[in-house]
Design a protein around this ligand. Structure first.
Ligand code: TEU
Length: 558
């Protein structure tokens, strides 16, 4: 693998609305991020991805952009952004913005002009089609429920929105649209951005011409989920190659794609030596057990499933490129609640999960709050939920025959709001996030889980995450931790997650006991040195046998 500037870095995702509010508005802001740069630097963060902070009516929390060239006033202004970029630079930190270009907001001027004259120039910026027999042009469903088509008032035409109706899809087939997007991206690079996280990018290529979908409808609404359509859309690679050549490649940028359902043979196209992106997220674990019917029908991921999913990705990606690892993000429940059985959840188990993520090959992304072990939220009613996707899933569950209580219990577990509640800084009111009324409830467990109570405690999860980031930068081990091959060790042993990282002149063995019961593990050879341990002791049974405590995670040199 050719070495790249970002390979050995650690990244952090900020959901700006919920990170740190300096104005008392109840919504986090850019100044709030700048204020916490030292905290992030201390944690060992190099790259910061900020979820969208452009102008937006917030139909989908900023993933609906009405002006790509400005900061939404709730987050501050462009001076705040420039200040953040400058302050990050001073600390050798890199800023990524979120690139949301499959769609824009229906309040973007392009769309307003398109609605004023659907047959005019701006109509061609979107997908606008005649209705069929007084109905939608075809049977595609939107990701957030209902038809993917919305009628344009006063006409028999419809526009396409694969996500919310306030997120009309941009027509990438139109060269003018593509040129506008590239211009905007380069404008941001000139401001000093290091790169982008690229939203929902696979959706930019539609299966054309737009015809009814031959698959059998998968819900009673008679529609077909958009993922099916995407499988038949050929040619996304041409758009992505052009996108890269016109923008990212000119700036030696770091880009990480939100890519779902890629075929194994396409991995080199995405993240190989000349891939469309620098990296892409490993979603293999996050999508495991998720039913196509809806969240009410998901099956929990067991420790052995988790291990298998991680190893599958490591194997599939191999030396092709560098994947990005996550345990959670703003669309997912909290990793510790998702992957650790609830009865086992402890500080040690949380450290265990962090160790696995950080020791697998890949660029680790910490999602805000992961480093202090924020858990899923004990929501008590649908009124506490803001997210549109959760609201849709609630309806789906009710339509499937669940009682309101059952439906709520089901969506509560997977709700995107689990990870979107305000960051827990301390034990003061609103967890120190804001002096005003937070836009989304603060999790009631903030007195137990917060930065202030962990920052000076050498045994805290936060301090442990500092060790994890430091290990990647420790000259003695960095080469192996970043580039070493991943070789599963005793993969058939249940509740043991173990693998080797094999470097040129060094082998590290990662051992994790994925249960509360102790377990004795045979080593392939003698332990030379204990590099990392999430509990106090290491109990050697013999020269080549270790007794692991419940959820003990060890990195040893062999
Ligand atoms: O997500 C794309 C995507 O596929 C998700 O909608 C996913 O299917 C869903 O969150 C599962 O609940 C991106 C963003 O990460 C997400 O926050 C946005 O809502 C979406 O794009 C639209 O921009």
């Amino acid at each position: 693998m050719t070495k790249k500037w970002w390979h050995g870095k650690v990244a952090y995702q900020i959901y700006p609305k919920s990170f740190n509010d300096t104005t008392g508005s109840g919504i986090g802001d850019l100044k709030g991020i700048t204020q916490k740069l030292d905290y992030l630097k201390e944690l060992g963060i190099d790259i910061i991805w900020i979820s969208p902070c452009y102008c937006t009516p917030f139909a989908d929390q900023g993933y609906d952009i009405s002006d790509y060239y400005n900061i939404d006033p709730v987050f501050g202004n462009m001076d705040d952004m420039d200040e953040l970029l400058a302050e990050a630079k001073k600390r050798d930190m890199y800023i990524l913005m979120d690139l949301v270009v499959n769609h824009c907001s229906d309040e973007h001027e392009w769309f307003k002009k398109a609605m004023a004259n659907p047959d005019g120039e701006y109509g061609k910026y979107f997908y606008i089609e005649e209705g069929k027999d007084g109905k939608e042009p075809n049977n595609w469903r939107s990701y957030f429920g209902g038809s993917a088509w919305e009628k344009i008032p006063g006409t028999d035409k419809y526009y396409l929105h694969l996500f919310h109706k306030k997120q009309p899809d941009l027509n990438w087939e139109n060269e003018k649209v593509r040129k506008e997007i590239y211009k905007m991206i380069n404008w941001w690079f000139d401001k000093g951005l290091a790169g982008f996280r690229i939203d929902a990018i696979i959706n930019i290529k539609k299966a054309l011409p737009i015809i009814d979908y031959c698959y059998t409808p998968d819900r009673e609404d008679g529609f077909v989920q958009p993922q099916k359509m995407l499988k038949d859309a050929v040619g996304v690679g041409e758009f992505l190659t052009e996108l890269k050549n016109e923008t990212f490649a000119k700036h030696d940028a770091f880009t990480v794609g939100e890519v779902f359902d890629e075929r194994e043979e396409d991995i080199p196209l995405f993240i190989g030596e000349n891939g469309y992106f620098s990296s892409m997220f490993d979603f293999n674990e996050t999508i495991f057990g998720k039913s196509k019917n809806g969240w009410y029908d998901c099956s929990p991921i067991t420790p052995d499933d988790y291990k298998r999913c991680c190893f599958e990705t490591q194997q599939r990606v191999g030396d092709i490129g560098m994947i990005s690892t996550i345990i959670e993000n703003h669309d997912e429940p909290r990793g510790v609640s998702h992957y650790i059985p609830s009865e086992d959840l402890s500080e040690t188990a949380k450290k265990f999960l962090g160790t696995m993520q950080f020791m697998l090959r890949g660029l680790p992304f910490i999602y805000q709050g992961q480093e202090i072990g924020m858990e899923n939220v004990n929501f008590t009613s649908m009124d506490q939920i803001d997210d549109i996707s959760t609201r849709d899933q609630y309806k789906v569950a009710i339509n499937a025959g669940l009682s309101p209580d059952e439906a709520f219990a089901a969506v509560k577990k997977y709700s995107r709001d689990n990870s979107r509640t305000p960051f827990q800084w301390d034990t003061s009111e609103n967890a120190g996030f804001s002096t005003g009324k937070p836009w989304l409830m603060v999790s009631p467990d903030y007195k137990r889980i917060n930065v202030a109570s962990q920052i000076n405690d050498p045994d805290s999860l936060l301090s442990y995450y500092k060790k994890l980031t430091a290990l990647r930068k420790n000259p003695e081990y960095a080469e192996t931790v970043v580039y070493g091959k991943t070789v599963p060790y005793l993969p058939e042993v249940e509740r043991l997650m173990a693998f080797k990282r094999v470097g040129d002149n060094q082998t590290l063995l990662v051992l994790g006991n994925f249960q509360t019961k102790p377990q004795i593990v045979k080593l392939p050879s003698k332990c030379k040195k204990v590099v990392l341990n999430n509990v106090k002791n290491v109990e050697f049974v013999s020269d080549t046998e270790i007794k692991l405590e419940g959820y003990q995670a060890l990195v040893i040199e062999i």
